[in-house]
Design a binder for this molecule. Sequence first.
Ligand code: ASP
Ligand code: MG
Length: 410
Amino acid sequence: MKFGGTSMAGTERIRTVAKLVAREVANGNEVAVVVSAMAGETDRLVNFCREANPRYDPAEYDVVVAAGEQITSGLLALTLQAMGTPARSWLGWQLPIRTEEAHARARIADIDTGALAAAMAKGEVAVIPGFQGLMDDGRVSTLGRGGSDTSAVAVAAALKADRCDIYTDVDGVYTTDPRIVARARKLDYVTYEEMLELASVGAKVLQTRSVGLAMKEGVRVQVLSSFVEGDEAPKKGTMIVSDEEIEEHQMERQLITGIAHDKNEAKIIVTRVPDKPGAVANIFGPLAAAGINVDMIIQNVGREKGETDVTFTVPATDLIRSIDLLEAAKDKIGFNRIISDDKVAKISVVGVGMKSHAGVASTMFRALADRGINIQAISTSEIKVSVLIDEDETELAVRVLHTAYGLDAD
Ligand code: ASP
Ligand code: MG
């Protein structure tokens, strides 16, 4: 069981969490719990580091920010004990959860579950602070923001758990953002691949890395809400499972599973680039070297005189840096000018069903055209079609597509 920051925000909320844990114990389960820091706590700790030293040492930053989870893990163990449920906390370094690579963005290498499994077998709930681990040199590390989800999946994989229940403040994964489409529906099942696409294009329920890990390790993940009344049981959430399991559960699925939107992209057009081998490599080489992630790419039909325009998107936060890099390489690339626009949004329709069905993209283009929404760029993968549109049309596009693919709830 994993509980996020809003579920752990204060002793009253922690009591509700403890009841949910005790309920699983009463059902005969052995339980390990991974907890986040209280909502807002990690931001507060990050700010302290900035104030203390703007060029903070990542190793000391980890010492500070890992503290938020240390507090909640101890508090949950205390609360469980007060309710008569045996429990103890296991800090990252005590298990240990070994990590590698860099401080503040460590990756889990290995979890020693020996002591943990023995304690659980004795009937003791194991409470583990998420987000933190231990470097080879004996120092504390953290996994990057939102990393408690990844901690939970890694612990579940190491313990070969039947399930990894991730409790949060929403009751599952929806067909689209319910704040935009009131008739969005909660999904009972979604595949790892679909969840990865939905998470990476803006449906911010789980840290993307945790979904990748769950897929690799075959961990069945459920997203559900910890916000229950009194002693009531939690409502079923959304199960994230393999393609095979989905087929067993749902004879007939909708062709499209969900629609995501992302306003954090920016468009760059490089005009009048020589239409010859190597030109595109000269554009993207410097961006790749700088670690800038290019997403949609279009090379327009050649103009006269062997020239062409190249259009692509980058994260909006990298726009200025990208333009600087391109200007610096202007002579080598040989373009005329750069046009950019950060008032764009990427809308994606996602569904494993499109692997075996034609016409998904054309439905999308027709539905948008009927509402006069212009498409500026397109990209596709096996289970996703994305279009770039004017940012002001985001909400309209999401609504129109939700209806066009028959996703609206009755
Ligand atoms: N507390 C950490 C954060 O806010 C890790 C997490 O909650 O997943 O990023
Ligand atoms: Mg989170």
